[in-house]
Write a protein that binds this ligand. Structure first.
Ligand SMILES: [Zn+2]
Length: 383
């Protein structure tokens, strides 16, 4: 799997356990991954190996269980690095690779520039998995003298093959769905339509998995049934998110920040203490942001979030000018920019609003709420 820019807040790296860097990309473990690591170890040591290979010492099953879980993790990282390496070749920055409950996610920071790039980035992961499956298959006969190692290598060959096949299911956002999207994109020259078709195919496969999972549960195979239904539910909800996003992007297409932005925040003096700002201007007014002025010039922005970062006991002694974000450090957008690209920028920077600026003057603010209000107004106008 690989994930690209979306308007949802991205899973932040700070919630994951950092492992280090490869090719300049941070590798991290989401905390949910530790759960899956324990589960895989337990399933391999307690069920798979003892039933396939009887009569080994108890400890050996557990050593193999841990080794399998670690090497499965290495396999998933290599799959993700496959996507990332191709993305980097197209000069698309890759922020990080995080391993979580269902495998890995590469935070690739932009949409691919063209269908060919999309195709190559998407196919690279499954190709790596297939190569790994091939290597383990070729290595297998070398270990016939050591049964436990042979068993491990055999399982790794199987699981990498399964990883490639599962990811090649042509439902977006799986890798196969990206291949489908790239193909439709190449034919129709319309990325949004391609996303809609590929994501709806993803929903179809998700619902198919749920259907088969439920069938299996009714036929008595509870363990496998619930697992397949769960994967289906996961795929369907991921695909549904992409469908909504593509529709959302379609509604915003061609609209500029100027049309959607709200009023600029009220102005406030840089000399005022934070305590006075909170008591007289935030409480009771509902204002959450202020333009900071000095001698009639806007020099920065202060938000509720910024105030909260400063310990409460320091509020009386801290001037707004010391706590604000200076104008030249502020991420901003322009009135003529596309609303959609401004939203993407907010998502990348993890902020809820952007000042709208022309010639070093703040002419308005664009927040996520403004965009939703704008869409609501357009709907009422029948647009
Ligand atoms: Zn992948």
């Amino acid at each position: 799997m690989s994930k690209q820019a979306s308007i949802e807040p991205k899973p932040a790296m700070r919630h994951s356990f950092p492992l280090g860097k490869i090719m300049g990309i941070r590798i991290g473990l989401d905390y949910s991954w530790f759960l899956i690591f324990a589960l895989i170890t337990w399933l391999m040591a307690g069920s798979y190996y003892p039933s396939e290979f009887t009569g080994w010492p108890h400890a050996l099953y557990w050593i193999l269980g841990v080794a399998t879980a670690i090497l499965l993790f290495v396999s998933v990282v290599l799959h993700e690095l496959g996507h990332s390496a191709v993305a980097l070749r197209y000069k698309i920055p890759v922020h990080d690779i995080t391993l979580f409950l269902f495998g890995g996610v590469s935070q690739i920071e932009a949409e691919p520039p063209n269908a060919r790039a999309e195709f190559l980035i998407a196919i690279a992961g499954p190709v790596i998995s297939l190569i790994l499956a091939g290597i383990f298959t070729v290595l297998k006969p070398a270990f016939t003298s050591s049964q436990p190692v042979w068993a491990l290598v055999q399982y790794l060959a199987y699981i990498n093959f399964a990883l490639a096949i599962f990811n090649l299911i042509p439902g977006y956002p799986l890798d196969g769905g990206r291949v489908l999207r790239a193909s439709v994109w190449a034919i129709t020259k319309n990325l949004r339509r391609a996303t809609l078709i590929a994501a709806n195919t993803g929903r179809f496969f998700g619902l198919l998995f749920i259907f088969f999972g439920v069938m299996m549960i009714f036929r008595g195979d509870f363990g496998n049934g619930i697992w397949i239904a769960f994967i289906g539910w996961f795929l369907d909800s991921a695909a549904a998110r992409e469908v909504h996003q593509a529709m959302f992007q379609g509604m915003l297409a061609g609209h500029t920040v100027q049309q959607a932005m709200g009023h600029p925040c009220p102005a406030i003096s840089s000399e005022m203490a934070l305590q006075q700002l909170v008591d007289e201007h935030i409480l009771g007014t509902g204002n959450r942001c202020f333009l900071v002025e000095q001698a009639g010039q806007t020099i920065g922005l202060i938000t509720l979030g910024r105030v909260r970062e400063i310990p409460r006991e320091n509020w009386p002694a801290t001037r707004i000018g010391e706590a604000m974000v200076p104008l030249d450090q502020m991420k901003h957008t322009e009135p003529k920019s596309e609303v959609w690209s401004a939203l993407e920028e907010m998502e990348r920077d993890g902020v809820n609003q952007l000042p709208v600026m022309t010639d070093h003057q703040v002419v308005g603010m664009l927040s996520r709420d403004d965009v939703i209000t704008f869409l609501g107004t357009m709907k009422e106008l029948g647009g």
